[in-house]
Design a protein around this ligand. Structure first.
Ligand SMILES: [Zn+2]
Ligand SMILES: [Zn+2]
Length: 155
């Protein structure tokens, strides 16, 4: 991986270590080239393997940027259905992240982990409700108290 040029401004990319990953960074626009598996390594800083499952490239369309490796037009896409636009080589050479987009990737992955955890605990609560459901469930009584004629206490 030598002599790669920035797809935005043509400056020669420099190999730097970012988040413990060797990436090719542009000194002018601060964008960086992540090889195919290196994006997963970046995500791994914020999320475990389970949370990283699923599709990454949504709403794919042609990018105006050319792959620094093979010079073919890249494919722009919405990273994990978010508003973050990344570019990827169609030959799977790698991903182009503009300056700061590495931080956004990690931020989105952290949010994804939190969402999955929330969904998991909502599922647990639902299962508890179903298990305990029916008569005598404290939660059901509480709902009755809230919606049905108020607490019946005293005479
Ligand atoms: Zn650049
Ligand atoms: Zn390529």
């Amino acid at each position: 991986m030598n002599e790669l040029k920035c797809p935005r401004d043509g400056r020669q990319l420099e190999t730097v270590k970012d988040h413990g990953i060797e990436v090719e960074r542009c000194g002018t626009c601060k964008g960086a080239w992540y090889e195919d598996e290196e994006l997963g390594m970046l995500e791994a800083h914020a999320a475990d393997e389970d949370s990283r499952r699923g599709m990454i490239d949504y709403a794919k369309r042609e990018s105006e940027l050319l792959c620094p490796v093979c010079s073919k037009p890249m494919r722009a896409f919405n990273y994990r259905a978010s508003s973050l636009d990344l570019d990827a080589c169609t030959e799977a050479h790698g991903f182009w992240l503009d300056g700061g987009e590495d931080q956004r990737v990690m931020h989105l992955m952290r949010e994804r982990v939190a969402d999955l955890q929330r969904a998991g605990s909502a599922q647990d609560a639902w299962n508890d409700l179903k298990r305990g459901g029916g008569k005598g469930s404290g939660l059901v009584d509480k709902f009755k108290g809230m919606f049905g004629g108020g607490p019946r206490r005293g005479a």
